[in-house]
Design a binder for this molecule. Sequence first.
Ligand code: PHE
Length: 506
Amino acid sequence: MDDNNNNRGSWSSKTGFLLAIIGSAVGLGNIWRYPYMLYKYGGGAFLIPYFVAIIIAGIPLLILEYTLGHKFRGSAPLSFKRAASKFEWVGWLPTFVAFVIMTFYSVILAWAVNYFGFAFTASWGNNTSEFFTKSFLKLSGGPFEINGFQFQILISLLVVWLINWFVTYKGISGGIEKLNKVLIPTLLVLMGIVVFKGVTLEGAKDGLNVLFTPDWSKLSDIKVWSGAFGQTFFSLSLALAAIITYSSYLPKKTDLNNSAMITAFANCGFEFFAAIGVFGILGHMAHLHNVPVTEVAGNGGVGLAFMVFPQVFSEMGAIGKVLGVIFFLAIISAGLTSSVSLLEAFSASVIEKTGVNRKKIVTIASLVCASISLVYVSGAGLYILDIVDHYLNSFLVIGTGFLEVIVVGWIIKPNNLREHSNKISIINVGSWWNIIIKYVAPVILGFILVASIYEEITKGYEGYPVKALLIYGVGTSILIVIATIVATVKKWPDNLVDDYDKFDED
Ligand code: PHE
């Protein structure tokens, strides 16, 4: 049947779609988050859980989300509603998590914009950690000391939001696809330069040794596992409504399975590639300071890219300035294509549920989200960001992934999706996929979830006061659940749920 869906936009080409979906996946998660997760969890130790996570959860869920979006042709809530009426909320949950992630994602991007400016003259000086926390962020003494706004961050945040808004406002082929066609090739060239330079620096090999030496003893630490699964989801844009939404704009005949594989390899390949450059540079830093690689970054955490890297660039003289400019430009290119996909995933859901047009929804969503992101421009911003990021990625994203595999495995039934994607794909997905979706992934994700909740309750997180964890972490999570309930209860526009071009039925 011809439907209400026809004016929802589509990709103009397969390449355009692939670039956009790779653009969503490759982002700050690959250049900013992955290296510090690796670093935090002992370098090579992280690689085993990370590869396990990609195989057990990453690729199977990617196929699941691609197919769900394509078959049911809607944003996450609409796709779930059409697939299993009672489980629409499983689509709203990631939609609101995406919204919250966008609030801080845009701020990190804004920092990168500022740092791109600083890089030309290395104006972060010689003590880059102090520069980042004291002069740049004006970091306060704790998560409740919210004082002052940093105007330079505010300005770059505005720029980031203007771009997000404009591109998403322009729609799928007119905005998002065009942005990705420019930024993804640019990013590849930029990171190619950084990695090439990184591995040829003196001392680089010590950094790479840390990256490539697995530490088996870490495997018993649940934090490493939940970190690895959280990272895999975040990095592949999974359980965050984006993939479902993007694949809903695909034409009828598309190779879903192959595209899912390409996305996984492109993203994880890029991530690993970036890590090689990053660890090469860390090795060089260790060499310059004559300390072990495991000590160069102190407890850099979220600040790794903004403290340790500028330090190395400063110490490299003229070439360091060039490298700094390229590095931050790469972060901006990678991040913009991802933040746009977050905004699109959120907006598409609201557009469909309210029936209000794209331009209005994107504008309102951008204004609200940008206003909330001001929280992170305050002196306590970095603490709040760290806590919110931890709660979303360790609990809500993994929790959503868990719900997705349960609902598809036991209610929608994996075969219904697998048959759909196999029919139009060159490579077939075997019945192993059913087993992963039905049994393996739920058990592993469920276990990680329970164990990490237990760990959180007994040990807290990074020494933050319990009150801060409750307010920023648990509080945000509760707000997301409330929003999910409110959005689910609202009525759908007439006929939208049932009337759509069911690709299957001819
Ligand atoms: N995958 C993105 C990254 O690695 C983050 C992201 C998650 C973007 C979910 C969109 C949706 O940075």
